[in-house]
Design a protein. Structure first.
Length: 202
């Protein structure tokens, strides 16, 4: 299912229409939400694959010139820019060598791209990772670096063992029960399940 024109983040870009320009192949493997003000573009001969439970927030540019792959349970926050090509060609004036401007982008499962994250050609984000605001992903990250926080330009691992909770009901429960002095211990099912069984600890 493809939901186009939702408004989930109430950002200034949400007042603009969503843009959809598919000239190549778009593969949807589940539910995808394209927020108002977001742009999704697939060039001729390019392929974009989107997994299940993918949220593309306002002001996002998601463009495939060659190949872009996004996994399941991915949130692409407002203002992110993702494109697998530099579009234009350059060459070495000494050797006359040139490289293709096109590459690939791979975003794993359970990923949260925070606001204004940029991913350019050959960038990848491993499963379970979170980027901080204004991060730049410009290379293939170590696929073993799962459940990490990536930050910087270019981004690197700054914390390990963290991942996003992908359930709004659970997030509301945490906001209500875990104040500044408390913590909430979740079981494995609560990341996407509404059954809340653990109590707030002092």
């Amino acid at each position: 299912m493809f939901c186009i024109g939702a408004d989930v983040d109430n950002m200034p870009q949400s007042f603009l229409p969503a843009q959809l320009n598919i000239q190549g192949t778009l593969v949807l493997n589940g539910f995808v939400s394209l927020n108002k003000g977001a742009s999704l573009v697939v060039w001729p001969d390019a392929t974009m694959t989107l997994g299940d439970d993918v949220m593309i927030c306002s002001g996002v540019t998601l463009k495939a010139v060659n190949r872009v792959s996004v996994g399941n349970h991915v949130m692409i926050s407002a203002g992110c820019f993702i494109m697998d090509s530099s579009i234009h060609c350059i060459y070495n004036t000494n050797t006359m060598e040139t490289d293709s401007p096109d590459g690939e982008i791979t975003i794993g499962n359970n990923v949260w791209l925070n606001m204004y994250t940029d991913i350019i050609k050959w960038g990848s984000v491993p499963d379970g990772c979170i980027t901080t605001r204004y991060s730049l992903i410009n290379k293939i990250q170590n696929p073993d670096d799962i459940n990490c926080i990536l930050a910087g330009q270019p981004a690197k691992v700054i914390k390990r063992g963290y991942s996003q909770i992908h359930n709004f009901t659970t997030e509301r429960f945490i906001r209500h029960h875990a104040d500044n002095a408390g913590k909430l211990i979740l079981n494995n099912t609560q990341v996407r399940n509404e059954n809340l069984v653990k109590k707030v600890l002092p």
